[in-house]
Write a protein that binds this ligand. Structure first.
Ligand code: PFF
Length: 452
């Protein structure tokens, strides 16, 4: 059955693709505004703790599960526990991928439009913050642009995914990731040398623990999982295309290191620029679009930096939407024996349908904009799929690997390509620490009602 599934052509190609999945709008769009909402440094510390103690162990669990079974999210559980309800955990992941892709493609669509505006020099000539807000509001409130942009981004994603593993996903990552890195470093260099940059640093590195509400803790956890693409089977799926020779512990640490490093670097790019422009860090999802747009015209060569910035965002988004779509496509290829071509286009069409209410939730339709007490459809999808589904998925994956499949089997799987240091410690993290800690966070948020 696994004849036509495809494989990564090299270990490095896999690392680029996995890092490409992890590094995305989560790092450059979601991380900065979440840090802004929850007050800076203390949130970042908590985030780092979650990455190290929950993210890395869950990433290892997912990769070994995928490589051992050579199946995507649902099939991996089915192969190991055929007559049980465990495959439903994979099903939850596929559903979650669908949910995340549906709103992620809307934000990704904005990056295309901003890139196009940057190419036309829109951010060059003395743009005030009112004008920048107006550009954002006009774009996001236009139902037609919103829907078309999301459709365009989904189509781009589909064109890569239909090309398969090494010919599509890996090839795209090889080209896009190096460009991404170079552009990002250029932008950071510019931002940290602006006047007022030190205020940005002070905000990022101020540890005010009184700001850590239950909502902040849930968000830090959700953000760690979201950013590393965990809890929904993306890394099970990517792991399933790996050769036995890949050193999983090494790959996991490299991916986690780059993902976290790039979120922090994105913070270093955005907060100094934000304080330089006198803007508020708590602007929410519009933060990088409204605030960054006003900053370029205060910089020498600002219009070039604008093109670079929005191009960078689009690339980051694309390598992540590819992995989101792949989780769902792989399910239809593995479990329903659909051709990759058919699965890609049918799933893309379904995702597009679900993206419409998200696309209309920034003014395009007052119903979708104001629903859920003003959080809006996209805001709610972001919280429900991006925080809760991923957290629940991560608990269940840990319980499965720790208690059902077994730490011994997972470690033996990892050992075929590279030894896992501190095996017993990893076992404790997967069996006890991760599921208990995540469950406590979820229950606490539910009990206090403080979960949005
Ligand atoms: N990790 C991606 C980001 O930070 O933008 C988002 C994501 C991709 C989440 C793939 C989950 C996933 F399976």
């Amino acid at each position: 059955m696994s004849v036509n599934r495809g494989k990564w052509s090299s270990d490095f190609g896999f690392i680029l693709a996995a890092a490409g999945s992890a590094i995305g709008l989560g790092n450059i769009w979601r991380f900065p505004y979440t840090v802004g909402e929850y007050g800076g440094g203390a949130f970042i510390l908590l985030y780092l703790a979650f990455v190290a103690l929950i993210g890395v162990p869950v990433l290892l669990a997912e990769l070994s599960l995928g490589r051992s079974t050579e199946r995507s999210a649902v099939g991996a559980f089915k192969k190991l526990m055929p007559d049980s309800w465990w495959p439903a955990v994979g099903g939850l992941g596929v559903l979650c991928g669908f949910g995340i892709l549906s709103f992620y493609s809307v934000i990704a669509g904005w990056t295309l439009s901003y890139f196009y505006m940057a190419l036309n020099g829109r951010f060059a000539d003395g743009l005030s913050s009112e004008q920048s807000t107006q550009i954002f509001t006009e774009l996001t409130a236009s139902p037609i642009s919103e829907v078309l942009l999301s459709a365009a981004f989904l189509t781009l994603t589909a064109l890569v995914v239909r090309g398969g593993i090494s010919g599509g996903i890996e090839r795209a990552a090889r080209i896009l990731m190096p460009i991404f890195l170079v552009v990002l470093l250029l932008l950071v260099g510019r931002s940290v040398t602006l006047d007022g940059a030190s205020e940005g640093f002070a905000f990022l590195f101020a540890f005010d623990f009184s700001k850590l509400s239950a909502a902040a803790v849930v968000s830090a956890l959700g953000q760690a999982l979201f950013s590393m693409s965990l809890g929904m089977g993306a890394m099970i799926t990517y792991g399933s295309y790996l050769k036995r020779s890949e050193n999983l512990p090494k790959a996991a640490v490299i991916v986690a290191f780059f993902d976290t490093g790039l979120a922090l670097i994105a913070g270093l790019m955005i907060f100094p620029a934000l304080f330089h422009a006198g803007a508020s860090p708590a602007a929410g999802p519009s933060l990088i679009f409204i605030v960054m747009a006003t900053i370029f015209n205060t910089m020498p060569l600002g219009s070039l930096f604008a093109i670079a910035f929005y191009g960078l965002l689009a690339i980051a988004a694309l390598t992540s939407t590819i992995s989101l779509l792949e989780v769902i496509v792989a399910y239809f290829v593995d479990e329903r024996q659909w051709s990759r071509e058919r699965a890609t286009w049918v799933v893309t069409a379904g995702c597009f349908a679900l993206s419409v209410p998200s696309a209309l939730s920034f003014g395009g339709s007052s119903f979708f904009t104001n629903m859920f007490g003003g959080t809006g459809f996209l805001g709610m999808a972001n919280i429900v799929f991006g925080n809760y589904f991923l957290s629940i998925g991560a608990v269940l994956i840990c319980v499965f690997v720790g208690w059902k499949w077994g730490i011994g089997n997972a470690v033996a799987e990892m050992d075929s390509g590279g030894k896992l240091p501190a095996q017993a410690f990893w076992g404790i993290l997967v069996r006890y620490v991760c599921p208990v800690a995540v469950a406590i966070v979820l229950v606490y948020a539910a009990v206090t009602g403080n979960y949005l």
